[in-house]
Design a protein around this ligand. Structure first.
Ligand code: PLP
Length: 401
């Protein structure tokens, strides 16, 4: 028998399956709302002009292709930490953030999982919201952590189950690791309010839980990178330690370049040195050191004052288009006379809208209307355009009655 005759066929990735079905559909007005990647109002992938400029700069400066250090391009990681924590943050001023470049957000989560598994001095389990980004569970269980859930989504209100969330955090054993989406929660698009974050910080403090922040959408949610970092900065102010995963896939549109960062907030610069040495020991056998090209682009954008200003404007442009599409979708549904309440479409934030549509209705959307998205009712708002929003609303109206 072949060496691999015992290997079973695995299930296809849910999102890739949708893309396949979409491609196979010959209807010219088909709509793909599966993938979480930004599209412009013509439905085309968007390379930010600031990224084009930074990239031309990087190329024309003819840098060598030597390896970066294990933790990546220092000018990039330094600026990434400032972007997240804020230039005036005590953790930056006191030089107590250990940070490494990572293979985008996923790689940051994976390093974080491995670091926790190796060094976290309490239970090696992590609580993630229910639901959460589809990859969280696999990333953390492959890192050797036990994955548990806390309540997050209330299907009756299509909103946050804040009481359920607080109750679950209170009943979790003290010193639990808790994964929090910093902004633009995926898949629901539902974030706690600032007041709710303050309460969450208190509960986490009381229980001595350890925050594990995933920030894959800084700036992409509200259009303002400082506003989107609110929970990070609040938790620091309240004296929490934390780890943080950053992705530059969405806010710089650097998806395939795989630019991200993983950081650990330490108590002192001395502690940071020790933690940093262990991050290096962890990363070295994983992939030795990260790719340089995307990080050089991001570094240019973060460190050059005029490019930075331009980029912030472009991030806001993307966020604004998404916010506008939410409003248009809701308005179109209401104009059609839909009896349902669609407020959640505009209350939610970020790349995705959690429509509340049932799996059967999502099936109908695909089969009868050539509108493709995941069965959980999540649609990528980034795939909506002023050209397809009317037909999308009509399709949703028809399947929701
Ligand atoms: N975390 C969340 C919540 C996400 O939605 C994503 C991407 O969709 C990621 C992390 C990681 O993405 P990437 O590895 O492309 O940066």
């Amino acid at each position: 028998a072949s060496t691999w005759s015992g290997v079973q066929q695995g299930p296809p990735d849910a999102i890739l399956g949708i893309t396949e079905a979409f491609k196979a559909d010959s209807f010219p007005e088909k709509i793909n709302l599966g993938v979480g990647a930004y599209r412009d109002d013509k439905g085309k992938p968007y390379v930010l002009p600031s990224v084009r400029t930074a990239e031309e700069d990087v190329v024309s400066s003819k840098l060598d292709k030597e390896y970066a250090g294990i933790t990546g391009v220092p000018s990039f990681t330094k600026a990434a930490a400032v972007l997240a924590y804020g230039a005036d943050s005590p953790v930056i001023k006191e030089d107590r953030v250990a940070i490494t470049q990572s293979i985008s957000g996923t790689g940051a989560l994976r390093i974080g999982g491995a670091f926790m598994q190796k060094f976290y001095p309490h239970a090696k389990s992590i609580y993630i919201p229910s639901p959460s980004w589809a990859n969280h569970k696999a990333v953390f269980s492959d890192s050797g952590l036990e994955v548990k859930q806390y309540k997050y989504y209330n299907k009756d209100t299509i909103g946050l189950d804040f009481d359920g969330m607080v109750a679950d955090l209170k009943s979790a054993p003290a010193n639990s690791i808790v994964l929090l989406h910093a902004c633009a929660h995926n898949p629901t698009g539902i974030d706690p309010t600032q007041e709710q974050w303050q309460q969450l910080s208190k509960v986490m403090k009381e229980k001595e839980h350890y925050p594990f922040f995933d920030m894959a959408y800084q700036g992409f949610a509200s259009g303002d990178t400082d506003r989107d970092a609110y929970p990070i900065r609040l938790f620091i102010e309240e004296g929490h330690g934390m780890v943080l995963c950053q992705s530059f896939a969405k806010n710089m549109g650097l998806y395939g370049e795989r630019v991200g960062a993983f950081s650990i907030v330490c108590d002192s610069a001395e502690e940071k040195k020790r933690v940093d040495s262990q991050i290096k020991i962890l990363v070295r056998p994983l992939y030795s050191n990260p790719p340089v090209h995307g990080a050089r682009i991001a570094s240019k954008i973060l460190n050059d004052a005029s490019l930075n200003k331009q980029w912030l404007g472009e991030v806001k442009g993307m966020a604004d288009r998404i916010i506008e599409m939410r409003a248009l979708l809701k308005k179109n549904l209401e104009d059609l006379g839909s009896k349902h309440n669609w407020d959640h479409i505009t209350n939610q934030i970020g790349m995705f809208a959690y429509t509340g549509l049932k799996p059967e209705q999502m099936d109908k959307l695909a089969k009868e209307h050539s509108v493709y998205a995941t069965k959980d009712g999540r649609i990528s708002v980034a795939g909506i355009t002023s050209g397809n929003v009317k037909r999308l609303a009509e399709s949703i109206y028809k399947v929701t009655g």
